[in-house]
Each structure stands twice: as structure tokens, then as C-alpha cells.
Design a protein around this ligand. Structure first.
Ligand code: BG6
Length: 482
């Protein structure tokens, strides 16, 4: 890989995603020595910037020594160009060709990172296809790949339309659909945790598990991003992609091997068994002013009469032999009381009459994705002492304690490295995306048609109380009171 002549082209280079995620992730990989020596990063966007302007814009987002930052920035240049037409892409091609010249016997890699709104993907991909696919070498190991990021459409139909357009230009093995949740440490641990622990795998089944909860909470609202958010809402923003990916990894069968396609085959299979979410199994919310936060409708980038949900709880069902009858509860919200993403697998109550409290106590496996990665198991034990008092206690694997000082890479860092290495395991295949949309599209259409008004909840709260009612109706028992 060290011989690789690598160009990373960041399209939309002056946008938020590029500044906050793409460049910093590239920087960290560079700093840690994961990128080939022969590296060039080209920023591309419509604004007329100089190389130096772009460097200034991203500098503040890089964390490292002055020398590291300087060295990294010296690899970055900028080309202005539009997203339609050929002219800009031709200058890009000229610059890439010049750079690749003289390396005819080395493998060449071109990674196009589209940090852009998906509406321009088709024209941008067409521009790249027409102008930028001739490479200075066809030595073995040369490649051209494109990284694209959600939102992929608004529903099943528009997503398929987009996928058709991109698919007509580039084959699936050149398209890397990023879902950064798949790059998070705990998500990467899922296969090992599930399939290497004999006390878990046999009980991972409707016979033992009462319900599963996947919960995403953010303490801040949409301030400043209201324009984007209002068009999509919380279900399209995090559930249809990030949280359903979590569901897929939790619920799928064991893949035949760890190859990208074997894993994604299993994910698709289980996603196709998810029944479309019903309005009756959904609670929607929208935050109002609370604490020092403004209400959603007070954000000037949001239409005053918006009914877009900033909170949703959905109870989902997976119709297969393993999961039939087990409610999968998904909860996601903005402007809530805390920042936390966690999974709770709640086992059934023991059928034991030896102590009345036992019927209410349950084993629970909790996986906290953030903050502070942790896996812990709630187990029922006797409280120490002379009395016979069963209680719920914890077997706790906190990463901070157990893996002190370990490097937990940022999701983007890992995924960009995967893309450079050509590993698609943690990228979303087209059929996965289709199945994920199919599960939410009827519900989204009902919401879009105004069939439901989200319930207000104050910013900084736990969300609308109706959500708790739905969650307990789905069988979740709160354990912590004992
Ligand atoms: C993004 C959503 O995909 O994920 C944001 O568009 C959300 O609205 C973000 O805040 C959450 O990512 P993370 O890694 O901070 O949990």
C-alpha cells in the first residue's frame, strides 16, 4: 500500500461536513502514518478560493502539533469548479494527470469524497465519469472509488431513483455509501460480541429476550441546521440509516464469513423481515422552548407551521423465526436531557416463585455507543447481608477503565481508511438501503400527509410522556428502581 499514489478529492471542500469530519479524519490517518507517503488531497467546490484560503478554513479543526499540521496542509490544494458541466472536472483531471505522471508502474488510487447534498450526486458523478476516470497508470492495484453520504432520497422511490442514476455510472463496488454509525467502536465489536460468546448466542432469541431498545438522545436542537433538518425530520435523519443499521447488526444471523458481502447478505435478509412501521406503534414529538434553548419553531430556518418531528419512538417487528413477537423499540430525539446512544437487550423475567420481587427483575445487556463506550450486564443477585434481598446489580465493562489510554478511532477515520483499503464491509449496499427504506416509507408518507401532529416536549426533557407509555406497552420493564 505504501507504493500507492493516492489522491483524495474532497468535493464540497468548504462545507461543514468536509471541515468538521472529512479533513480532520484524513489528518488523523496521516498523522498516525496510515496514508501512503505519496498523498495529495484536492479540495473542490464552487467558491473561488486559493490553496491558502482552503488551508486557513480547515486549520482550526485539526488537532496536532504545528509541524504535523503544516506538513498535512502542504499536501492540500484547491480547485474551483461547478458541479455541473465539464470545465471544472476537466481542470481536476488535468491536475490529477500531472500528479500521476511518472508513476506509470505504480498503483494509483483516486478517492472522490462527495461532501455534498445528494441532490447534486447524479451530476457530480456524471462529471467525474465523463472527465476523471482516465488514470495515469493501470498498474495492478489501481482503483477509483466514490464515497457518498446520506440522505439517499426521501423515501423508497426517490432513493431507488438516485441509486439507479449512480448505478448507471459506477458499479456497486466503486460506490461507498457511508453510514458513520458503522464506524463506531461498539458497532465494530458487534460480531465478536454476538458470535464469540457462548452465554449470549444461544439466548439471543425470542424464547429468552423480551424486547430490544435502540435509543439515540442528543441534548441540542437543530439551531442553524433547521433548513436541512426540517425537510427530513428525525426518522430520516437518524432512524432510517444509523439506528436501523444497529438493528441489522444486532438481529442478523451469523454470516458465513467476515467478507463484506457475506455480512451484508445477512443484514439484507433480516432487514427484509422488518415489517413496515405502523402509525399506531409510533409516537412523534417536537421540542418547544426549555432551559436556555429556543423551541424548534423559533429557529428562523424552520417554517413557522412545521410539523416535522424532532423526536420519534417506533416499535418495530422482525418477522422471522428468531425474533417474531419481540418488540424492537427505536427511540431518537433532539434537544433531550442528555447525550447518549445505547442498546438495551432486555431478557424475560424468570418464571420463579421463590421471591415476589424476582418477577419484576430482568437481565439486561446494555451496550453504550457513546459517550464513554461500555458494555454491561444487569444481573440479579442477593444483596449482601443477613436478609434475603434479591437485587439488580451490574457486571461492567467500561472502556475507559478496562482499556485505559486505548485509542478509540473516530468513525470517519476508520471508514475513510476502509475505503482506501477497498473494504466495503462497513458501507451500505444498495439492497440494504432499499430494505431500510421499505420499513419506514409508509409511515413517512403518512407523516408527510399530515396524518399526525407531533406532541410538544420542552427542550432538555426526556421527550413526550406518550413515548414512555408506548415503550412500556411494548414490554420494557424499568429495572433500576430496586
Ligand atoms: C448525523 C445526523 O447523521 O448524525 C445528525 O444528521 C446527528 O443530526 C448525527 O446529530 C449524530 O452523530 P453522532 O456521531 O454525533 O452520534
Amino acid at each position: 500500500a505504501n507504493k500507492l499514489v493516492l489522491s483524495v478529492i474532497v468535493l464540497g471542500a468548504s462545507g461543514d461536513l468536509a471541515k468538521k469530519k472529512t479533513f480532520p479524519a484524513l489528518f488523523t490517518l496521516f498523522k498516525k502514518g496510515f496514508l501512503p507517503k505519496n498523498l495529495r488531497i484536492i479540495g473542490y467546490a464552487r467558491s473561488k478560493l486559493s490553496d491558502e484560503d482552503l488551508r486557513e478554513k480547515i486549520k482550526g479543526y485539526l488537532k496536532g502539533t504545528d509541524a504535523e499540521i503544516k506538513e498535512f496542509l502542504s499536501r492540500i490544494s484547491y480547485i474551483p469548479g461547478s458541479y455541473d458541466g465539464d470545465e471544472g472536472f476537466q481542470s481536476l483531471q488535468t491536475s490529477l494527470e500531472t500528479r500521476e505522471k511518472g508513476h506509470e508502474s505504480s498503483p494509483i488510487g483516486r478517492l472522490f469524497y462527495l461532501a455534498l447534498p445528494p441532490t447534486v450526486y447524479p451530476q457530480v458523478c456524471a462529471g467525474i465519469k465523463r472527465n476523471c476516470t482516465e488514470m495515469g497508470s493501470d498498474a495492478e492495484g489501481s482503483w477509483l472509488r466514490l464515497v457518498v453520504e446520506k440522505p439517499f432520497g426521501m423515501d423508497l422511490e426517490s432513493s431507488e431513483e438516485l441509486a439507479d442514476k449512480l448505478g448507471a455510472l459506477f458499479p456497486e463496488d466503486q460506490l461507498y455509501r457511508i453510514d458513520h454509525y458503522l464506524g463506531k467502536e461498539l458497532m465494530q465489536n458487534m460480531l465478536v460480541l454476538r458470535f464469540a460468546n457462548q452465554f449470549l448466542s444461544p439466548t439471543w432469541h425470542r424464547n429468552f429476550i423480551s424486547n430490544v431498545q435502540i435509543c439515540f438522545k442528543e441534548p441540542f436542537g437543530t439551531d442553524g441546521r433547521g433548513g436541512y433538518f426540517d425537510e427530513f425530520g428525525i426518522i430520516r435523519d437518524v432512524m432510517q440509516n444509523h439506528l436501523i443499521q444497529v438493528l441489522a447488526l444486532l438481529a442478523m444471523e451469523q454470516p458465513v464469513t467476515l467478507s463484506a458481502d457475506d455480512i451484508r447478505d445477512e443484514k439484507v435478509k433480516v432487514l427484509r423481515c422488518v415489517s413496515p412501521v405502523k402509525l399506531d406503534d409510533t409516537v412523534l414529538g417536537q421540542y418547544t422552548a426549555g432551559g436556555d434553548q429556543r423551541g424548534y419553531l423559533e429557529d428562523e430556518t424552520v417554517p413557522k407551521d412545521s410539523k416535522t418531528p424532532t423526536f420519534a419512538t417506533c416499535v418495530m417487528n422482525i418477522n422471522n423465526e428468531r425474533w417474531s413477537g419481540v418488540p424492537w423499540i427505536m427511540k431518537a430525539g433532539k434537544a433531550l436531557n442528555e447525550r447518549k446512544v445505547e442498546i438495551r437487550v432486555q431478557y424475560k423475567s424468570p418464571a420463579s416463585g421463590i421471591h415476589p420481587n424476582l418477577n419484576e427483575m430482568r437481565n439486561e445487556l446494555v451496550m453504550r455507543l457513546q459517550p464513554d463506550e461500555a458494555i454491561y450486564m444487569k444481573i440479579v443477585v442477593k444483596e449482601p447481608g443477613l436478609e434475603m434481598h434479591p437485587t439488580v446489580s451490574e457486571m461492567d465493562l467500561s472502556y475507559k477503565q478496562r482499556y485505559q489510554g486505548a485509542d478509540i478511532p473516530d468513525a470517519y477515520e476508520r471508514l475513510i481508511l476502509d475505503a482506501i483499503r477497498g473494504d466495503q464491509q462497513h458501507f451500505v449496499r444498495r439492497d440494504e438501503l432499499r430494505a431500510a427504506w421499505a420499513a419506514f416509507t409508509p409511515l413517512l408518507h403518512a407523516i408527510d400527509a399530515g396524518e399526525v401532529t407531533p406532541q410538544p416536549y420542552p427542550a432538555g426533557s426526556r421527550g413526550p410522556p406518550a413515548s414512555d407509555v408506548l415503550v412500556s406497552r411494548a414490554g420494557f420493564v424499568k429495572n433500576t428502581e430496586y
